[in-house]
Design a protein around this ligand. Sequence first.
Ligand code: ADP
Ligand code: MG
Length: 642
Amino acid sequence: MDLIKNSVLLVDDEPQVLIALEDLLSDEFTVFKAQSPQAALEVVEQQPGIAVVLTDQRMPGMTGDELLTRVHEASNATRMLVTGFADLGAVIRAVNEGRIFAYVTKPWNPDELQIMVRKAAEHYRLAQELVQERTLLHDLMDNVPDGIYFKDRQLRYLRTNRAFARNVSGSQSEKLVGKRLVDLLGPVTDALNAEAEDRRVMSEGLPAQDVLHEFQQNGVTRWISETKAPIRTPTGETIGLVGIARDVTERVQTEAALRRAEEQLLQSQKMEAIGQLAGGVAHDFNNVLSVILGYGEILLEELPKDDPKHGDISVMVGAAQRAAALTRQLLAFSRRRMVQPDIVDLNTIVWGVDKMLRRIIGEDIDLRTMLASSPATVRADPSQIEQIILNLTVNARDAMPKGGTIQIETATVELDERYASQHVGVTAGTYVLLRATDNGTGMDAATQKRVFEPFFTTKEVGRGTGLGLSTVYGIVQQCRGHIVLVSELGRGTTFSIYLPEAEEPAAEPRVRRPQTRPPAGSGTVLVVEDDDEVRQVTVRMLRDQGYKVIDTGKPENARSLALENRAGVDVLLVDIVMPKTSGPQLAEELAEIVPGLRVLYMSGYAGALVDREIKLSSSSDYIEKPFVPSTLAKKIADLLSG
Ligand code: ADP
Ligand code: MG
């Protein structure tokens, strides 16, 4: 028994009939009465919860079954008629057409009528439940963010929810009914694959869970994870399928970005490790080469030109110089080479090397330069930027044995937070882009992964050293920039180098003074170098030039030496990296004892400087190890005259 009584509306133009019916039903139902069809309609409008409308058939103005048709438009109440035999034909028709639920003939039997009204009320309750159930289902379907669809055996949509319709075709779900996915997307691979899977699910009778599909929609890729199951009748016949489609594009992209980031991190760690190793080897090597090259040059100078040993020693010195060039490249890669950064305009540099590049690439290759309209200024060593352009160009040339086009561009670009988050070690900001593109052989993925490693080359022995790109990599890293490589086998390669933009305008290009033989030395040089052999050859070079030299391998002795010769020391020639005290530290100390002391740093390796970010003072200069006597002499002479 319901706790709340159902409501019944009684309609009859005869008041006595209404009263009799009310007597009969009021125990069980809440009763409303109306003496005319018009009055009945008003009640229906004001009382939305009426369960049953029981009306006489013959009334002035409107028949009972007409009234019930109107009631049906306004409410879900179950409709019943009380009728005489004369109208039975019309009433039965109304029942058959579903416009009314039941009828009772006059004169009615009270028990029968009660039972009929009770049944009608029950009918109302069930109908209400059905409506509620359906509303709930609709709400559920239309409020979940996932797409839901039902298809028939022919893969036509029977029902879809709002999310599905919106995502698939951007239209309303009703418009999808009767259509197939291929009708909506066209006979594209994505749609055909999805339908093939539908057929498999139905024929095998097994659900498919979380199957990832890639769809192209208006030029964007969307990843959809689908779960499908067959719909079967109780007898086991498959009549269609139901599916849930979840857009997982964001997740897939995030995961891909994460994988990319991991790969980038691994890559940069690998490069860092190789760099450490290369830098360390190069450092020790430079000291060794200093000795070989130094004594070699001294010997060459001392021997008369026509001495038979002259040729042999020249070859030896030449070999040492080649080895020195190699270590220089290694150091550039490991970012441990001393550089002299300046504010430079990439446009100017590209201009400057244009002619040389054309000579290198030959006639079959077309070189095009597209330079930014405004200055593309960065803080870098101009010779290093030239090195980058040169290395990229040479590689492009090698990749186009039958000719082609190399394009070199500069531009100023803004890299935003989004970009920065996708590229390890990149911070957002304004960058200058230097881009070299060729339409040569291109590289496969495996090659692309390794090109920046030192000594990685695909060229035949003698053709490639494998140091070109590692040098580029190191220089770019040292400038706090980054490289993006895009290449496709058979189509070509693009290297995009992003260097942080410098805000100041470019400096005047450094004047390269012609190499003249420096005048014989006069003055005193204090040499501090912990490697004995390097120190000895250096001292020898200076003495040969006519300088007075005091030297020590221990920085801690330098102080007392300087004090003893306070008036005499003109130049401190000091190694940058020494145990205990660094060159710059020592220079600072000695500057207090010897006013006006000039400093020349020697370095084969700027690792410590780079790592500890030591800055050299502006009144100093440096010379890169290994060096030859003439270079050293010139540096000292320049310092003394400057
Ligand atoms: P090397 O030129 O001495 O081989 P690099 O470090 O300059 O050394 O280049 C390494 C490798 O990268 C090359 O051997 C080549 O396989 C590949 N490579 C570099 N640039 C290009 C390019 N523009 N097109 C195709 N392959 C290239
Ligand atoms: Mg190369």
